[in-house]
Write a protein that binds this ligand. Structure first.
Ligand code: IMP
Length: 190
């Protein structure tokens, strides 16, 4: 089944394609579906935003559309930036954002954080399915690794002794919020 991924984020597209490889779902990008606009993310939860993006892509393409809305929630920052993760410190590059987060956490006793992702699929007949995935970790004291994207160099996984950016793509997909959400969604779809 052809499904549009309602995102222009190439990193997400690569990860979702890899996560769903081996299933009957063929993920095509928004661009491939001829969609050149993105709706405003006005929701206050990952699930609301994922639904907004999936619905817009489904209406624009006439195809089933799936969306991932995700972010990093940091305990010491009251769970921020959360749904605002991509808009947080938007004038800065990700290495700069990572440095700033580590600076904000200087002296913090709780370095706990989690990644969260909501995956929502919307069909042209109005049916809808959703799934949530979470990955627990900590904010590292030093950025490390070159894999993944975004905040991965400072997202430390204590049980692996490495940051997410030091994991291989397969290792990340096996434990990530996105991997968990999309595998759960694929189960529900079958
Ligand atoms: P969205 O495209 O509105 O869902 O924003 C997701 C944002 O959350 C990304 O742009 C990153 O800032 C952050 N994020 C989500 N998932 C990951 C991940 O797997 N690694 C690193 N950063 C992530």
């Amino acid at each position: 089944m052809k499904i549009v991924l309602a995102s222009n984020n190439q990193d997400k597209l690569r990860e979702v394609r890899e996560i769903l490889s081996g299933t009957d779902f063929e993920i095509i990008s928004q661009k491939e579906a001829g969609i050149h606009t993105e709706p405003e993310e006005t929701g206050t939860t990952f699930e609301e935003n994922a639904r907004i993006k999936a619905k817009a892509a489904m209406l624009a393409s006439g195809l089933p559309a799936v969306s991932d809305d995700s972010g990093i929630c940091i305990n010491a920052l009251g769970s921020c930036p959360g749904v605002y993760s991509s808009r947080f410190l938007s004038d800065f590059s990700y290495p700069e954002k990572c440095e700033r987060i580590m600076k904000l956490l200087e002296g913090a006793t709780d370095r706990g954080a989690h990644y969260a992702a909501a995956a929502v699929i919307v069909f042209p007949d109005g049916r809808e399915l959703s799934a949530i995935g979470v990955c627990e970790g900590e904010i590292a004291f030093e950025a490390k690794g070159s894999g993944g994207f975004g905040y991965d160099p400072i997202f430390y996984l204590p049980e692996y002794g490495r940051t997410m950016a030091e994991m291989t793509e397969d290792e990340k997909n096996a434990i990530s919020h996105r991997g968990r959400a999309f595998r759960e969604l694929a189960k529900k779809l079958v």
